[in-house]
Ligand binder design. Structure first.
Ligand code: FA5
Length: 326
């Protein structure tokens, strides 16, 4: 009987001291398992005299039940403790100062692009995207370039095969629009252009342009000038002075270049003019009834003027010291 008491006392102490559910399971196996200490006590019954066996047996069964009940209780306690400690380790201290997030910002060219879109949308123009991988027809032929015209060489191109090239000008979209729409329309497009150029502070092989054109009855140079001046004022402020000088582009007649006066200097923004009647006719638009204007500007030029950036290579370098300033 003492032996039973010793085993039960030891088992109860170990149960009480188990600090994890795993610990407790080991205690359970050691005492209540098939080969555990209590089972061994039961097996030793055979060695006792007949008359002692029932009492001994029922003592062992009581001990077994008591131990099982204690282990069950301890297991429930440990579950609560484990849950609590998990909860505490996961608790957030919302009064701790946070780690400031490194905020991204829009690239200066994206900011300029968004502003340009805002201004021309406000003037009633719809923005349409064209492909960067263009065909010769849209980039040159449909824009009234005679074959082998020197102006084609002026825009040195990256050819992909005999008939496809990376577009050299967003003006390439004009033919795509005129083939599918009837006037009146007011269209604009903005995006990347590519020229096989020696890269320097004002020229890149990859740059951006915006092209804007409209076709309607009675569109004249006065409309073109009025809208370009309105655009320049939106971008550079009310004081800006602008200038139009004759220039040549095969797709306009007359053609002009457009410049603004900024910090005591004339700065060219791009080319413009009235859409050549040949182009309207190619697309079945009656050039007696309809006229149109078109212009195309380099985008990099705008933030360069606004912020006094001397070298357009910064825009493609992705140097954070430069980009963080905008
Ligand atoms: C044109 O590309 C004509 N398509 C513009 C046009 C459209 C005229 C509609 C008439 C009617 P130009 O090659 O001049 O024109 O380029 C226009 C502007 O794009 C230039 O003034 C310049 O700001 C920019 N640009 C041209 N080449 C580069 C280059 N390599 N790097 C950066 N900007 C450039």
């Amino acid at each position: 009987m003492d032996e039973i008491k010793n085993v039960v006392d030891a088992a109860l102490t170990e149960t009480e001291h188990a600090t994890t559910i795993d610990n407790l399971e080991q205690v359970e196996i050691r005492y209540l398992g098939r080969k555990g200490e209590i089972s061994q006590l039961l097996r030793s019954i055979g060695k006792l005299p007949e008359e002692e066996r029932p009492r001994y047996g029922s003592r062992i069964n009581e001990a077994k039940e008591r131990l099982a009940a204690e282990i069950k209780r301890r297991r429930a306690d440990l579950k609560i403790l484990e849950r609590r400690s998990r909860r505490e380790s996961e608790r957030l201290d919302i009064t701790l100062p946070g780690v400031p997030a490194d905020l991204g910002r829009l690239h200066p060219l994206t900011q300029t692009t968004e502003r340009i879109i805002e201004v021309w949308t406000g003037l009633g123009f719809e923005f349409v995207d064209g492909p960067e991988l263009e065909d010769y027809e849209h980039n040159f032929a449909k824009l009234n370039y005679p074959p082998d015209h020197p102006a084609i060489d002026e825009q040195m191109s990256f050819y992909i095969d005999d008939t496809h090239l990376l577009r050299t000008q967003t003006t390439a979209l004009q033919g795509r629009v005129m083939a599918t729409r009837k006037p009146p329309f007011r269209i604009a497009t903005i995006g990347r252009c590519f020229r096989y150029e020696a890269v320097d502070a004002t020229h890149h092989h990859t740059f951006h342009q915006v092209d804007v054109f409209m076709v309607d009855e009675g569109v004249s140079m006065a409309d073109l000038k009025g809208m370009l001046v309105a655009f320049a004022r939106e971008m550079f402020g009310n004081v800006v002075k602008s200038r139009f000088r004759p220039d040549f582009f095969p797709f306009v007649e007359p053609g002009v270049d457009f410049a603004i006066y900024w910090h005591n200097r004339w700065l060219e923004l791009g080319g413009a003019g009235l859409i050549h009647p040949n182009i309207l006719e190619v697309f079945g638009i009656d050039s007696e009834r309809y006229t149109g204007f078109a212009f195309g500007l380099g985008i990099e030029r705008i933030p360069m003027i606004q912020y006094g950036i001397k070298d357009l290579r910064y825009f493609l370098d992705n140097d954070l010291r430069f980009l963080r300033q905008f």
